[in-house]
Each structure stands twice: as structure tokens, then as C-alpha cells.
Design a protein around this ligand. Structure first.
Ligand SMILES: *Cc1c(COP(=O)(O)O)cnc(C)c1O
Length: 407
């Protein structure tokens, strides 16, 4: 229906309401730019923005203001104490970030020197995807810096480690590894998901790129998936180019939720680390427990390195909030322990507000047979505990009440 002959028709009016003009005032809350595309004043501006000769947004797979705001916020947290500018690139998941970084830095014939106990998805990309394109992964014990150096060679494209390795919580000696990478003339890429910038900032210790599964501590509530790469602008420009083509870009709604989570990151992580230390100490002293892997325990092989590299607060060093606990009695005891807990959830993932447990051998490391598990230093009964925000006394009561008596 046309109200008058000269006014647009109802479909045109529906599709072209009065334009949204961003207000002059700066909003305190982060606006969600839920748009796939942006309009230009004219074709010249369109061409200039697409060509990178003028700043501006064109298409949300390329860049989105909400996703950019999240990436800048994480870059600011990771970039403390670093000389020079630190940039960030947002991704749809941790694996999108990791695979894009690997594809940015590798070519056919490249070798990736990577820690043996690497995250399963990263192992999958290396073995099931990149291997088909002539990229070879060279696995090393990243805590053995001499072995890491020996593994580098002319074909090495990057050195890849995790700040805290799953599930042994091995601690990477980042300054020593950075020296090896520098001598080999390759970037040191660090997956710092288990640490978060509230525990350790690898760029301060010589890393060239930091990758995150933002799904874990950065988001912090187990309700959003995202990833991130942080590092110097020149390297990040190459990562961004690869992201545009590969397409693992972060959606604006997810970026908003992740950005909101960041505000409480230090509060959450400080408390989770303090609670993890309480649990680790008490469980290590329990006769029903065979072993506790937690860098905060003086017996852990990474204790001194963590004390040197990780942040401290009034509770002492933040040694992370994930511990691996092995009750006596083997695989059955590990599973039974998880299943008898009432507060802790049997669930995948980590870093959220609720405590989560997983029986390592049958879940996160199910691809490994008994011999491979043993070689990696993982017991059949090991249980990974991601400590949440519950009262530590309640958690300790839950975990100890559920412990099997066997052994
Ligand atoms: C979860 C995780 C990833 C993958 O992140 P997604 O967001 O699940 O894609 C990578 N590295 C580590 C250490 C992780 O824990």
C-alpha cells in the first residue's frame, strides 16, 4: 500500500527504516554490531576500505567492531610489560585461532617443533590436516630445553608449546624456549589457555605469539566459544590475512559475551587459583590419593619455573586452577570418584565458574592406549579437576567425601 503516489511502497519502507546513526556519546556497555556488512558513502570509499588504504569496516568475516573490541581488550591484558605495540585477532574458537596460526607460519616441507603432550585438537590439525600438505610435526618434551634445541633445524617453521600442559601441568620454561626459537630464527607460539593473562603473560617472557581458547578462562562461564591470537602487529597482520581467507572469524554476539567475561578475569582466576592450592595440598595429604599434579606443590617438577614466571597476589603465586588428581585403584577408581561427586560436574572443558572433573584416560586422552599414557606420565586413574568459584571448603568436602577407599 502506498499512502501517496510519491512515497515508497510498504516493502521499501520496511526494508529502509530511518537509518541507524551511532550516537555521539560513548556507551559504557559494548555495543553488539550484529551486522554482516557495512555501507559506504560511495564506491570510492568502498574500494579504498577494501584495499586497506582507508580504515573502515566492510564485512564481518573481515573485521567487526565488537570482535575487534574483544581482541584489543585481551591484547591489553597480555601486552603488559612488553616493549612495543601488541595486537590481537579474534577467532570463532581456540582451534580456529590455532589452525590459522599454523597455516600462517607453515608451508609444504615445514617442520613444527611441538610439545608431546599437546592439546588434542592441535595434535589433530597437525596429524590429520597439515600432514597431508607436507608439514611434519616433531614432538619433544618441552621441559627438556636441550632436546627442544636439538629438534630444531633448517625446516623448522615454529616452536609450539603450552604454558601449562594438560594433564600433567608441566610448566614451559618460556625464556629458555624463546632463546631456542630466536637462535633457530623462528617464532615461539604459546597456547596460554590454561594460564590466562591473570597467571602468566608469555609475551613478557619472549614468546612471539600467544594463542587462547577464549572458551575457557577468558569467557569464564562455559557459555560461549571463541579464540584469540595476540602478538606484534606485523605478525598479527599475517594472521589476520589468513583468518579472512580461512573464515574462522568471531561472531559479534560471542565477542560481546567474551568481552563481558574479561572484566572479572583477575577476580575469578585469583580465587580459583587460591582454591586449587587448598585442594591440591589437602588431596596430596590424603592416603586415598596416589598422586597430585599441581605446580603449586613443591614436589611438582615445574614448581620453581612457575614461581619464577607466574603472577603472585596476597595468597602467593597463582599456580593455575587446574589440578590432576589420581586416586589409588586405577581407572575404575578414577571414574568412580568423578561419579560420586555432587558439587563438581562431570563435564568437558575448563575455566568456568563451576568446578568440573574429567577422567583423563577415558575422555580428554581417550586416543592414547595404556602404553602411550604411561609414556606421557599419565596414570589410568587420573582425574582432571578445573576448580570453579564455589567455596573451597564445600569443594574439599565434596571431593574428599567422594574419594574411593580402595588402594
Ligand atoms: C580448549 C582448548 C583448545 C581449543 O579451544 P576451543 O575453543 O575448544 O576450540 C586449545 N588449547 C587448549 C589448551 C584448550 O584447553
Amino acid at each position: 500500500m502506498r499512502p501517496t503516489d510519491s512515497s515508497p511502497g510498504e516493502h521499501t519502507r520496511a526494508v529502509h527504516p530511518p537509518a541507524f546513526d551511532p550516537p555521539v556519546q560513548r556507551p559504557l556497555g559494548l555495543p553488539v554490531y550484529r551486522t554482516a556488512a557495512f555501507a559506504f558513502a560511495d564506491s570510492e570509499e568502498y574500494a579504498e576500505v577494501l584495499g586497506g588504504r582507508r580504515p573502515g569496516y566492510s564485512y564481518s568475516r573481515v573485521d567487526n567492531p565488537t570482535a575487534d573490541a574483544f581482541a584489543r581488550a585481551v591484547a591489553a591484558l597480555e601486552g603488559v610489560g612488553v616493549d612495543g605495540e601488541v595486537a590481537g585477532q579474534p577467532f570463532a574458537s581456540g582451534m580456529a585461532a590455532i589452525s590459522t596460526v599454523l597455516l600462517t607460519l607453515c608451508r609444504a616441507g615445514s617442520e613444527v617443533v611441538v610439545q608431546r603432550a599437546v592439546y588434542g585438537g592441535t595434535y589433530g590439525v597437525l596429524e590429520h590436516v597439515l600432514a597431508r600438505f607436507g608439514v611434519r610435526a616433531v614432538y619433544v618434551d618441552a621441559t627438556d630445553v636441550v632436546a627442544v634445541r636439538a629438534a630444531t633445524g633448517p625446516a623448522t617453521a615454529l616452536l609450539y608449546v603450552e604454558t601449562l600442559a594438560n594433564p600433567t601441568m608441566a610448566v614451559a620454561d618460556l625464556p629458555a624456549l624463546a632463546e631456542v626459537a630466536q637462535d633457530a630464527g623462528v617464532p615461539l607460539v604459546v597456547d596460554s589457555t590454561f594460564a590466562s593473562p591473570a597467571v602468566c603473560r608469555p609475551l613478557e617472557h619472549g614468546a612471539d605469539l600467544v594463542v587462547h581458547s577464549a572458551t575457557k578462562y577468558l569467557g569464564g562461564h562455559s557459555d560461549v566459544t571463541g579464540g584469540l591470537v595476540v602478538g606484534p602487529p606485523d605478525l598479527l597482520a599475517r594472521v589476520r590475512d589468513a583468518r579472512l581467507d580461512l573464515g574462522g572469524s568471531l561472531a559479534p554476539d560471542e565477542a560481546w559475551a567474551l568481552h563481558r567475561g574479561l572484566a572479572t578475569l583477575p577476580l575469578r582466576v585469583a580465587r580459583q587459583c587460591a582454591s586449587a592450592a587448598v585442594l591440591a595440598g589437602a588431596l596430596a595429604a590424603d592416603r586415598r590419593v596416589a598422586r597430585v599434579d599441581y605446580p603449586g606443590l613443591p614436589t611438582h617438577p615445574g614448581h620453581a619455573t612457575a614461581a619464577r614466571l607466574f603472577d603472585a597476589d596476597e595468597h602467593g603465586t597463582r599456580f593455575g586452577a587446574v589440578l590432576t588428581v589420581t586416586p589409588h585403584g586405577g581407572a575404575d577408581a578414577g571414574r568412580a570418584w568423578c561419579d560420586r561427586m555432587r558439587l563438581a560436574e562431570v563435564a568437558t572443558s575448563l575455566g568456568g565458574v563451576r568446578t568440573k572433573v574429567s577422567h583423563v584416560a577415558s575422555t580428554t586422552h581417550r586416543q592414547m592406549d595404556a602404553a602411550t599414557l604411561a609414556a606421557a606420565g599419565i596414570d589410568a586413574g587420573a582425574v582432571r579437576v578445573s576448580v570453579g568459584l564455589e567455596d573451597p571448603a564445600d569443594l574439599l568436602a565434596d571431593l574428599t567425601a567422594a574419594l574411593p577407599d580402595g588402594g
